[in-house]
Design a protein around this ligand. Structure first.
Ligand SMILES: Nc1ncnc2c1ncn2[C@@H]1O[C@H](COP(=O)(O)OP(=O)(O)O)[C@@H](O)[C@H]1O
Ligand SMILES: [Mg+2]
Length: 439
């Protein structure tokens, strides 16, 4: 990949082009809109997707059609099988190196040097190859024996026969951020429309009127993953907190249903969302905001995270997600909880500042620059103590009383307050004993 400065992105145009691309794919693929949307989420955030289904439901066609919407990307496609060695994915062994006793793959034209990949029947690969492959997908680096090489991979779509999915370990599945299950279409009207498309295009992907430059997609991904210097999409702290609360509640709900035997899942295995997966939520939230032309994430965007946390196509999971989001959005909306989260997280920002620089306590808190909590705290101090400015001991009292008298509207807010009370206590204990503050 070249390192020359990228052209500035025309955000409005890119959004329209992406929307057109999604619409075009949905014209060619019948009844696949949810999965298509999910795969575009994977593309925007630079993640991988796994589709489970029986044969002949349009997985290959959909994948080809989606990748066809972009130009300037290298595409690697393979059908996995037991006999394959890692060479299939990483390139043949370099003979000269081998004579010197080194195992080095010649990666030209391999998956390592492709931006897009499609791996059909991925779990047919033997364990050794599969492990190396998933490490490559996860690290985006070929690490095999003595060889280390940066991979160009942006998004790999893998397909598998869903009947075998229960044998696949959690660790392997966790590498695929986005997952779906597709059922064959048996409805006569859908079958008619599939036939119409077949008669027009044969089994081939259709040629789109416009292709999006891969470089443009790469820039959008940088925005969605927070690594762009062109555009930043803000996620307010209270939304980060709220999002995590929703995800935790969903996880609990799924486990409760599993324990009661009322839900889809693998018998004997709990439902677990890894921290690896949980943080991906923030990339998806930024992608959602981006597609709406916003530079900030909203509370409503959190609902849309089912694309990441549920298996598209599994109704049970979707229902649990809806239950979790509606319960919490109701609870947070009906009470002052959302405002309270915002206030307490601003308070946390103050504590963070005091931890780094305890000398700030020598000044009246209300004079510290760039302090979002300042206004709330000052108003409260005025009301309570009849004064605006207070010093060290008064600062301590001020902050302690502020938290003590804070009336949490929900359990989640109460938990957060308890954490802050603990942090505050630490700061003053450290000050009084003259120790260096621990961060
Ligand atoms: N939902 C669909 N929309 C359009 N065509 C479909 C759909 N499902 C199946 N087809 C047709 O069936 C053919 C086989 O699909 P394919 O992509 O090879 O399935 P899979 O990869 O899931 O085995 C496609 O080329 C297409 O003609
Ligand atoms: Mg296929």
């Amino acid at each position: 990949m070249t390192t020359s400065a990228p052209k500035p992105l025309n955000v409005q145009q890119v959004i329209l082009d992406l929307q057109d691309a999604i619409e075009f794919v949905n014209g060619r693929l019948i009844n696949r809109a949810d999965v298509v949307e999910q795969i575009f989420c994977a593309l925007l955030t630079g993640e991988h997707a796994l589709i489970q289904s029986r044969t002949g439901v349009g997985k290959s066609l959909m994948t080809e059609q989606i990748f066809r919407m972009f130009k300037g990307a290298r595409y690697f496609k393979v059908q996995a099988s037991k006999e394959q060695q890692p060479d299939t994915y990483f390139g043949g062994l370099n003979i000269e190196e081998l004579k010197q006793g080194r195992i080095i793959h010649n990666t030209a034209g391999s998956l390592v040097e492709s931006e897009f990949g499609f791996i059909d029947e991925i779990f047919d690969a033997n364990d050794f190859t599969l492990r190396a492959l998933l490490a490559l997908l996860n690290e985006r680096e070929l690490i095999l024996g003595a060889q280390r090489e940066r991979a160009a991979i942006h998004t790999v779509i893998a397909a598998t026969n869903y009947l075998r999915i229960s044998e696949i370990t959690e660790a392997l599945l966790d590498r695929f951020t986005y997952q779906s299950v597709v059922y064959p279409d048996k409805d006569p009207y859908l079958q008619y429309r599939i036939a119409q498309q077949y008669l027009r295009h044969g089994g081939q992907p259709a040629t789109p009127p416009k292709q999006i430059e891969f470089e443009t997609l790469r820039q959008v991904t940088a925005i969605c993953t927070g690594s762009s210097d062109q555009m930043e999409i803000a996620i307010p702290p209270e939304i980060i907190y709220y999002g995590n609360v929703v995800v935790r509640y969903y996880e609990e709900l799924r486990n409760r249903q599993l324990a009661q035997g009322t839900s889809y899942g693998t018998p004997g295995r709990d439902y677990y969302i890894s921290p690896r997966k949980q943080v991906k939520a923030f990339d998806l939230l930024r992608a959602i905001a981006f597609m709406h032309g916003r530079s900030s994430v909203t509370q409503a965007d959190v609902e849309k995270l089912y694309v990441l946390f549920t298996t598209i196509g599994i109704e049970d999971e979707r229902n649990s997600w809806n239950k979790a989001t509606s319960a919490l959005s109701h609870q947070f909306g009906a009470s002052q909880a959302f405002e309270q989260l915002k206030t307490l997280l601003e308070f946390k920002a103050l504590l963070d500042q005091l931890k780094v620089n305890p000398d700030l306590l020598q000044q009246p808190l209300t004079s510290i620059e760039n302090l979002p909590i300042k206004r709330t705290l000052r108003e409260w101090a005025k009301e309570t103590f009849g004064m605006a400015d207070v010093q060290v001991e008064q600062n301590r009292r001020l902050m302690t009383d502020y938290l003590d008298r804070f009336q949490p509207a929900t359990d989640e807010v109460r938990d957060l307050r308890a954490q802050l009370q603990h942090d505050l206590h630490q700061i003053f204990r450290v000050r009084n004993s003259g120790e260096t503050p621990l961060h």
